[in-house]
Design a protein around this ligand. Structure first.
Ligand code: NAG
Ligand code: NAG
Ligand code: NAG
Ligand code: NAG
Ligand code: NAG
Length: 520
């Protein structure tokens, strides 16, 4: 019993004589971002009715509201600012005892990610300005900024010399010449506030943006496929090509006499299903980039050929070059010469060639030009001609000796390309010979190869033929004839005559007269 009473007494003594203490929470140090709310609590223990007071060491305004609640007091700062970056002291008086503690408030500001701005004109070869803004940053003398393209650091900047006394927006600018490869790449702005002894997150903020600014439309042109010559009955595609980001809105129009009508297509390809002459003329492609608010027009210069770019000799061809522009372009025609140069042949929109000849084939170029530039279109005119100048030749000659190498050659011209057929006629029988490039070769000519040779050259427009007679002499007989001339003996002569007459019978083309004439 005595023991337990002692314990109770001891507890009472400890409780009753609890020493006067105080503390501030949070203790020692607070890292707060500007704008944050901070509440300091000063708590007294071991004192029934303490009195509290708050102050800043430098005797600056308190910058907060103090509220006393019996054994503790709070100091509330609803939004800390640069003026709150001080040591705060709480003084507690209990009877005649006074205690004081302090807490340090440190402020920073790094509230949001950087903002990237890329200059509007983004085209390869042009200077591009990248601006990175780091909003409302403090302390700026600790700020480091990196501008990166992909993983590559383009530019690095620090603000160590900047002693701004309040949060400010810092700007980093860098300009570089854009290359085509750059479009689509990421531009990043990395802002760092690497204050190791201040406990806040994040200390690094990154913003990325694709190099994908709006530009254009520009360099707008119309490309015709298969070509700019609208041939009767063929479809033609007109494609409007332009440099624009984002892709533009496209409107096709067609100029008919003085009127301009809108075409159905709303994409970049306009198909004229069956190009009739009435459809040829001027097409206008109008492109609008809805983000840059720019509009550009392209018109095509079109050559139309009547009846077609492929004509027959003797026909009349009309080539019309239509073009638009302001001022109205002057149209001239040129023809490509054999040397590859272009020779001006005519000045007006419509070029007519009557009674066309094969020499008129070639590349005709129409040029539409005004003071702002020119546009050229070409059309290949093909003049069809029936086979002509068919020439049949035998090498080395039309009369050869047995065993010789003989080449029979046939040439001919015509458009489209001629087909050459070589035939041999013997005693009413016709044999077609296989030729190579119009040539037929007999490595060792035989007597039976003698006869009539015919060459037929043909194309879609007609045919032409030539023929020749090939004589083949017996080698053996010639030797005998030569011998008989020298010896002048009757017997061999008779023998020769018999032989020759027999040969003459065998081979229709082999004449006795000719054989004998040789002897003389
Ligand atoms: C003050 O301190 C006492 C003892 O440590 C604790 O029980 C009490 O909750 C504190 N009061 C405040 C307002 O922090
Ligand atoms: C960038 O382009 C401008 C004009 O286009 C030129 O004057 C400048 O020298 C170029 N700079 C570099 C670094 O190529
Ligand atoms: C025109 O374009 C369409 C589709 O875009 C294609 O099917 C057609 O073959 C093209 N015609 C010509 C003549 O290029
Ligand atoms: C483009 O034009 C429209 C109306 O004309 C206007 O409302 C818009 O702000 C313009 N946009 C730009 C980027 O200029
Ligand atoms: C006919 O062909 C020959 C041989 O190929 C040539 O020498 C001649 O010039 C041609 N004549 C004509 C009118 O084309």
């Amino acid at each position: 019993v005595l023991g337990s009473m002692f314990v109770i007494l001891l507890l009472l003594v400890v409780d009753g004589f609890k020493a006067f203490e105080m503390e501030i929470t949070p203790a020692n140090r607070i890292v707060a971002q500007m704008g944050d709310a901070v509440v300091l609590t000063c708590n007294a223990t071991g004192c029934a009715s303490p009195s509290f007071s708050w102050r800043i060491q430098t005797d600056n305004p308190l910058g907060g509201t103090a509220t006393h609640h019996g054994t503790y007091s709070t100091l509330t700062m609803s939004a800390v600012n640069i003026n709150n970056a001080h040591d705060y002291l709480c003084t507690v008086c209990c009877k005649d005892e006074k205690k004081e503690k302090s807490v340090k408030i440190e402020v920073y500001s790094f509230p949001s990610d950087p903002v990237i701005e890329i200059s509007a004109s983004l085209a390869a070869g042009e200077q591009t300005i990248v601006t990175c803004k780091i909003p409302h940053v403090y302390p700026s003398d600790r700020l480091e900024v990196f501008l990166k393209k992909g993983d590559h650091v383009l530019h690095e900047q620090n603000f160590y010399e900047d002693h701004s006394t309040n949060a400010e927006t810092k700007t980093v600018t860098y300009s570089f010449n854009l290359t085509t490869e750059d479009i689509g790449k990421e531009i990043s702005c990395v802002a760092k506030l690497p204050i190791a002894d201040m406990n806040f997150e994040p200390k690094e903020r990154v913003t990325s943006q694709k190099l994908n600014a709006n530009f254009g439309p520009k360099n707008t042109v119309i490309i015709a496929s298969p070509s700019n010559s609208a041939m009767e009955g063929h479809s033609i595609n007109l494609t409007c090509v332009t440099d624009s980001n984002p892709p533009p809105q496209i409107v096709w129009r067609r100029q008919v006499a003085d009127k301009i009508v809108q075409c159905a297509s709303e994409n970049n390809v306009l198909t004229i299903p069956e190009a009739h002459f009435t459809d040829s003329g001027i097409y206008i492609c109008e492109v609008t980039n809805l983000l840059t608010n720019k509009t550009e027009k392209a018109t095509n210069t079109v050559i139309s050929v009547i009846p077609a770019a492929v004509v027959k000799e003797g026909e009349t061809v009309t080539m019309k070059c239509s073009s638009s522009g302001n001022p109205t372009p002057v149209i001239s025609w040129k023809k490509k010469t054999a040397t590859g140069e272009s020779e001006k042949i005519f000045e007006d929109a419509t070029l007519t060639i009557e009674n066309i000849k094969s020499q008129d084939l070639g590349l005709y170029e129409c040029e539409a030009r005004n003071q702002f530039g020119g546009e050229e279109r070409a059309v290949k005119l093909l003049v069809q001609a029936p086979p002509k100048n068919t020439t049949l030749k035998i090498f080395p000659s039309n009369a050869v000796k047995q065993g010789e190498r003989v080449t029979i050659s046939c040439t001919s011209t015509g458009v489209p390309t001629v087909q050459i057929t070589l035939r041999k006629k013997t005693d009413g029988a016709i044999t077609t010979l296989e030729t190579q490039d119009g040539k037929y070769t007999l490595e060792s000519v035989l007597l039976k190869d003698a006869g009539i040779y015919e060459c037929v050259s043909s194309n879609e427009l007609g045919e032409e033929s030539q023929h020749l007679v090939l004589d083949v002499k017996d080698q053996m007989m010639l030797v005998i004839i030569a011998f008989s001339c020298v010896t002048a003996i009757a017997v061999p002569v008779v023998a020769i005559l018999i032989y020759v007459s027999r040969q003459a019978k065998i081979n229709g083309s082999y004449s006795l007269v000719k054989a004998l004439r040789l002897k003389v």
